[in-house]
Design a binder for this molecule. Structure first.
Ligand SMILES: [Mn+2]
Length: 279
């Protein structure tokens, strides 16, 4: 049996390692749930350029770091530049995970899908944040004459790409369309272009239950039932998980002690709740 492959794009603002820290936490969770998985970080630096604490953990967790190109000046742009090319940069089937995700259950079965791509819906309905609302992306769609999938708008924080012709076509078009939106509308986000491409390239899509991309703060009920991958959407909070969240404690302990707080993680696995259990 082949090993499952999981990928992150890790690009930090100058002087910060917030996304590296979040990615190391998510990767630690993955390693607990998937001891044999291949974990790849795509970055704008090599493994030896992270701080000593991260370097040690990268090596302990056997994470492969690939430096795609070196440019630390425009982190938001660079991370999307890499993320939108991910299908071309990684071989075989893989699951992409945002740095601010936390898997809390083995998810190997996702790879068995017959579809080209698997991903979950984004927030639907009323706009409530710049990144997540379909509504706030409408100007980009209008300006470029784009449309999105008839049934809704997907979140790109958890996305399975199979090694199929159609998935590769989506990958190429995604990067090209993202580039077009950047040049013509100054739009740097990767979700508008991905949603456009999913509607026009028409890959087969497995719509994952929301539990595989349990977006914390989602205003709908039921989003955490049987959660398997939590998505804390930290970019809405300047990169930092909110105080009362499990991910914040995992981050604080990692930064303070240089270790993955297994007890807090296991509590989260057990309770399927993003909130810290009161002590
Ligand atoms: Mn995210």
């Amino acid at each position: 049996m082949t090993r499952s492959t999981f990928c992150y794009v890790v690009v930090d603002p100058p002087g910060s390692e917030i996304y590296a820290d979040l990615s190391i936490i998510s990767s630690n969770a993955l390693r607990k749930l998937h001891p044999d998985a291949q974990i790849i970080w795509l970055s704008c630096k090599g493994a030896d350029e992270f701080n000593a604490q991260l370097r040690e953990e990268l090596s302990r967790l056997e994470i492969e770091v690939r430096c795609i190109f070196r440019d630390k000046r425009y982190p938001f742009l660079t991370s999307r530049y890499i993320k939108t090319q991910i299908r071309q940069l990684v071989d075989g089937d893989f699951l992409f995970l945002d740095a601010d995700t936390l898997p809390i259950s083995n998810i190997d079965h996702l790879f068995a899908t017959e579809a080209d791509i698997a991903l979950a819906w984004d927030v639907d309905g009323e706009p409530w944040s710049g990144q997540l609302s379909r509504w706030t992306n409408q100007s980009t769609y209008r300006e470029l004459g784009w449309r999105h999938h008839d049934e809704g708008y997907f979140n790109s924080g958890v996305a399975l790409f199979k090694d199929t012709c159609k998935a590769h076509e989506v990958g190429k078009l995604w990067h090209r369309s993202w580039y077009e939106a950047r040049i013509k509308c100054g739009r740097l986000q990767d979700q508008p272009s991905l949603n456009y491409v999913l509607s026009c390239a028409a890959p087969t899509i497995e719509v994952l239950p929301g539990a595989y991309n349990a977006i914390i703060g989602k205003p709908e009920e039921g989003w955490l039932d049987g959660a398997r991958i939590m998505h804390f959407c930290c970019s809405n909070y300047d990169g930092l998980p909110q105080e009362h969240m499990v991910l914040r404690k995992l981050l604080d302990v990692w930064r303070r002690d240089g270790r993955f707080d297994v007890d807090t993680f296991l509590q989260c696995v057990e309770t399927e709740s993003p909130f810290l259990v009161p002590s």
